[in-house]
Design a protein around this ligand. Structure first.
Ligand code: SF4
Length: 390
């Protein structure tokens, strides 16, 4: 699948979108700056949209709008005609569907369920609205569930501003009808085997909503300081933003450091600053290439054809020629076992677990350097000297 962004019409969304809150809550002028760049989408985003449509159909049939198998199958067939559809999508959607059903069943009495609900959180964020994938309300508990189809990185529901904004919108919509005291949030990412859950009291959520009002107003007005950080990779200004460029270029000041050998303290500081550097350079390269291809000048750079690899025009016909000339067919093909992930995909998760669980192990991963904020436990190798002492 291509990861090339295409400039195509995308769904209507708020200037201060919930999904962009991790950006504009920290870098308040970013939303207005992003407005000056064209909206883009990608095949990944379109694939996610299709998975959501399938999930919506299944949940709607189950909870809201009972429909006969013929109507359901016709609707599903239409969705399957999308060129981005793949059979495995149905398994992933089922995992999300089953999770929603499990949550709904855990309520002591049949809860209220709504799907793809437009949520207005403009009481807290100017013109703020978004779409909640699934909302379940029963007793004093509102549960909001977000389905993410991507297979990038697991997203935590804990203190997640996107989820909190959706939940504020849901509270605004349903507080008149229900006496909601608890708000639960879940992010379901079936392709990463990740379900993250978090809970907050409605009172604390409302307090958070009040606390972000001045920040949201600043963001709406395009005021405040540009604050570069990890969130920049989701910003449409990521390649050309001056604040990000200056932040990354400021690494040069380390040239002035004395003495000639840098300390571990400085290694830590440089690595923190350099985290965004590689991504930023890649963003700049992508931008410069698109400019060169569009006929615009990026001094010192040009677009050329990359290295190309020879390939058969018709592999089957070529192999036939070889066999006709005495080459054994067995010499032309390699027999390779499927990877664990491919076997699991072939069998489905349940069957895979049933048949092969005893044959699966997860060896310790290769030591990897991560920022201190990473949730994993640190590992420490014992030195030979320490080992000797113990
Ligand atoms: S690239 Fe980063 S610093 Fe620049 S506007 Fe976007 S989020 Fe803010």
């Amino acid at each position: 699948m291509k990861n090339i962004e295409a400039q195509v019409p995308v769904a209507e969304h708020a200037l201060l979108s919930a999904s962009g809150a991790h950006k504009w809550l920290v870098c308040t002028p970013s939303a207005r700056l992003e407005e000056t760049f064209p909206e883009t989408t990608s095949e990944y985003a379109e694939e996610g949209r299709l998975a959501h449509q399938i999930a919506e159909l299944k949940l709607r049939k189950h909870f809201i709008e009972p429909m006969g198998p013929k109507t359901f199958n016709n609707k599903l067939k239409k969705l399957k005609e999308n060129p981005l559809f793949q059979e495995e999508m149905l398994n992933h959607v089922d995992e999300y569907f089953n999770y929603v059903c499990k949550i709904a069943l855990n309520y002591p009495s049949t809860p209220y369920v709504t799907i793809e609900k437009k949520l207005d959180y403009s009481t807290y964020v100017p013109e703020g609205f978004g779409t909640g994938d699934c909302i379940i309300i029963g007793g004093d508990t509102l549960h909001i569930i977000d389905f993410k189809y991507g297979k990038g990185v697991p997203v935590s529901a804990e203190d997640n501003p996107q989820m909190k904004l959706y939940a504020l919108g849901a509270l605004s919509a349903y507080s008149i009808l229900y006496s909601i005291k608890k708000v639960k949030m879940s992010i379901v990412q079936p392709r990463l085997d990740s379900i993250s859950e978090w809970e907050i009291s409605a009172a604390d959520l409302l307090t958070w909503g009040e606390s972000i009002k001045p920040i949201a107003q600043k963001a709406f007005n395009g005021e405040g300081n540009f604050v570069p950080g990890d969130h920049c990779r989701f910003c449409r200004a990521k390649a050309l933003c001056r604040a990000r460029a200056e932040f990354n270029m400021s690494l040069e000041s380390y040239n002035m450091m004395k003495p000639p050998i840098i300390s571990n303290q400085e290694v830590g500081e440089i690595l923190i600053k350099a985290q965004d550097l590689v991504k930023w350079v890649k963003d700049l390269e992508e931008y410069a290439l698109s400019e060169c291809l569009a006929g615009n000048d990026i001094p010192g750079w040009k677009a050329v054809e990359g290295r190309s690899v020879r390939q058969f025009t018709d592999q089957e016909a070529a192999f036939k020629v070889l066999m006709a000339n005495g080459i054994d067919e067995a010499m032309l093909y390699e027999r390779k076992p499927l990877t664990l992930a491919s076997v699991e995909k072939l069998l489905g998760k349940a069957k895979f677990k049933e048949l092969l669980d005893a044959y699966v192990e997860t060896p310790p991963g290769k030591p990897t350097l991560v920022p201190e904020s990473d949730k994993r436990e640190p590992i420490r190798r014992i030195s030979a000297e320490e080992d000797f002492k113990s």
